[in-house]
Design a protein around this ligand. Structure first.
Ligand code: FAD
Length: 391
């Protein structure tokens, strides 16, 4: 199979089976042809390119690691590599995909009953149904583990949900939103499959974001929102269960950071090889080469770390600390890489048409979602010192 440009330092292509490598190339070609030409205009308008959804469905990569329900049952490594491929072209589209395939389908796959899996997963795998995942609230972000304000009260065969959820990706058009709420009786966090149009469920689009502008984030209000007991995630009994989903998706976000950094690095490298100053390509200047090599060395370290992370995941050995460490490291390094990419492009670096400006902005969202730098740092800090810095 042909090498992928820029993969020379990837240090692991040989670990992919030929069929997986072929899938990587297919996804990359799709993204280059179908997604790349659209993203800057949609990013600017802060709108979602709905016309891409049926096309993405044909790739058959949603819920890639799950077994059954139409999912391909492939490795976590393969899933990570595809997350990187998506973010390399557009981090928003990769986030849309991660919310659908990871956070939403993952909650149902890991914590749903057999009937819930049968009802939702095959259609979500085909993008016939779209999912969202509502954990964060206007007043509760990092402290979600103990502090959720959204409540659930059981009344016979129904539950009444009350509260608000902020930042919920895909929420403005999702067919099902997984709402995490505290049971007023046993005070444990439970998950609910809230269907589009449920009484007492409203969504307002969050406007004027400066990052991931294609992702449609919603502010959800639940006012005595009625949900059947049959739509409670049957195996989600406390926040520890919610955390199982987050561990899996946090590993995916680390790969997403690699993709964002890689997209910016590749654009910067190509630009510096073409752009001439003082009669020579700027890539020939030592100081520019220093930037490029620093970017590549960080990128290589990130890729290698994520590679190992996915291997651990495939062996069933991934811990919260592994995922947090990778998320912290990769999101920090990505900020550095995208900023150097912008720098070597001079003024053109702030123009959307050169793509890097979008990566610079989107890196800020990666830095903060799925656990901020501080929260993921404190998870690792607690493990290595034996002292919890959380209250
Ligand atoms: P806060 O928790 O208010 O934190 C503010 C600052 O304080 C941060 O720097 C934080 O690290 C720091 N801080 C907090 N506690 C401590 C501490 N103990 N020690 C040191 N520092 C601390 N959520 C969902 O549920 N579903 C989604 O689909 C979703 N999508 C998102 C998409 C985007 C684009 C964004 C920006 C966010 C999304 N989120 C989503 C929410 C995201 O997970 C939260 O933004 C994130 O967890 C941080 O919460 P917060 O924004 O409320 O910040």
């Amino acid at each position: 199979l042909p090498a992928i440009e820029g993969d020379f330092y990837h240090l692991g292509d040989e670990a992919l089976k030929d069929s997986d490598r072929a899938l990587q190339l297919e996804v990359r070609a799709f993204l280059e042809k179908e997604v790349k030409p659209l993203v800057n205009q949609y990013w600017l308008k802060a709108e979602f390119p709905f016309e891409l959804i049926p096309k993405i469905a044909t790739l058959n990569i949603c819920g890639l690691t799950y077994k059954g329900y139409g999912c391909a049952g492939k490795s976590n490594l393969m899933e990570g590599i595809l997350a990187m491929e998506m973010a390399r072209v557009d981090t928003s589209m990769s986030t849309f995909f991660g919310v659908q395939s990871g956070l939403s389908m993952g909650s149902i796959y890991l914590l749903g009953s057999e009937a819930q899996k049968q009802e939702w997963l095959p259609d979500m795998q085909q993008f016939k149904k779209i999912g969202a995942f509502g954990l964060t609230e206007p007043e509760v972000g990092s402290g979600a583990a103990g502090g959720l304000g959204t409540t659930a009260k059981r009344q016979g065969d129904k539950w009444l949900l009350n509260g608000q959820k902020k930042w919920i990706g895909n929420a403005t058009f999702a067919d099902v939103t997984i709402i995490w709420a505290k049971d007023l009786d046993d005070h444990q966090v439970k998950g609910f499959l809230v269907r589009k149009g449920a009484p007492g469920f409203t969504v307002e689009k969050i406007m004027d974001k400066m990052a991931l502008r294609i992702v449609q984030n919603g502010l959800i209000t639940l006012t005595n929102c009625e949900v059947d007991e049959a739509d409670r995630l049957q195996n989600a009994n406390s926040f520890k269960d919610t955390a199982k989903v987050l561990q899996m998706t946090r590993a995916g976000v680390a790969w997403q950071a690699v993709g964002c950094a890689r997209g910016a690095y590749e654009a910067a490298l190509a630009y510096t090889q073409k752009r001439k100053q003082f009669g020579r390509p700027i890539a020939s200047f030592q100081l520019i080469q220093n930037h490029l090599v620093e970017m590549l060395s960080n990128l290589t370290a990130m890729q290698t770390l994520c590679f190992r992370l996915s291997q651990l995941q495939d062996q069933g050995m991934l811990t919260d600390e592994h995922a947090s460490l990778a998320k912290v490291f990769c999101s920090m390094r990505t900020r550095d890489i995208v900023s150097r990419a912008r720098e070597v492009m001079g003024g053109n670096g702030i123009l959307l048409e050169h793509d890097v400006a979008r990566f610079v902005a989107d890196a800020e969202a990666i830095y903060s979602y799925e656990g901020t730098k501080e929260i993921n740092t404190l998870i690792v800090g607690r493990a290595i010192t034996g002292f919890s810095a959380f209250v």
